[in-house]
Design a binder for this molecule. Sequence first.
Ligand code: ADP
Ligand code: MG
Length: 226
Amino acid sequence: MSQLIARQLAKSYPTPAEPLSVLKGVNLELSRGESLAIVGPSGSGKSTLLAILGTLDSPTSGSLLIDGVDPFALAMPELAKFRAAKIGFVFQEHFLLPQCTLLENVLVPFLADGAAGSAEQDRARKLLDRVGLGNRLTHRPSELSGGERQRAAFARALVRQPLVVLADEPTGNLDAATAAEIGLMLLELQREQNTILIAVTHSAELAGRMQQQRRLEGGQLAPHQP
Ligand code: ADP
Ligand code: MG
């Protein structure tokens, strides 16, 4: 049984005229260890889709099951806990907290359940070490390069061993060489952690390295050859 199942997801936004229909029946089924690249032109609804899969936004209609749970049936506090436990996010912007150290930043996802104990700190240190930042634990994000910040964001996304990692143009802000290196690292981490990875990307190279590729077009996911 797949751990992420989306059926006929639709999303429209109200406008003063008729509603803007962005998603028109998106179907997805992914299991642990699978990776999917989503490509498509700007404005096609890629970020909208990721926000719904990440339970940050709700669909107008359709259903989503993550690990057998319908997240949209949960009350707000439970949904926040569910999201923190099951889903890791990586965005184009790193969104690290500037006033916090790297170690503190990577511990942020634990705050949904209270404080982080020594086991959690251990895991955060190991992950920062894994992404090559083991000697930068007490540094602030402003002291890092763009690629290093994104690596710290990967560690933050993975620290709770989420079932699903959602990445919205994770290499979009980086120069070509750094983007290639960071994209490879994201895929390595996905394999090591055995997560589902769904990444929106404009990089044909990154998309081509993922197991499946689809194009968001006319509000639906179509097959895509990278
Ligand atoms: P992409 O990520 O593929 O560039 P988005 O998902 O960001 O596309 O946006 C898809 C469409 O939905 C765009 O036309 C955008 O203007 C519109 N849209 C996104 N968010 C909202 C919102 N909160 N309210 C109204 N329209 C929105
Ligand atoms: Mg977008």
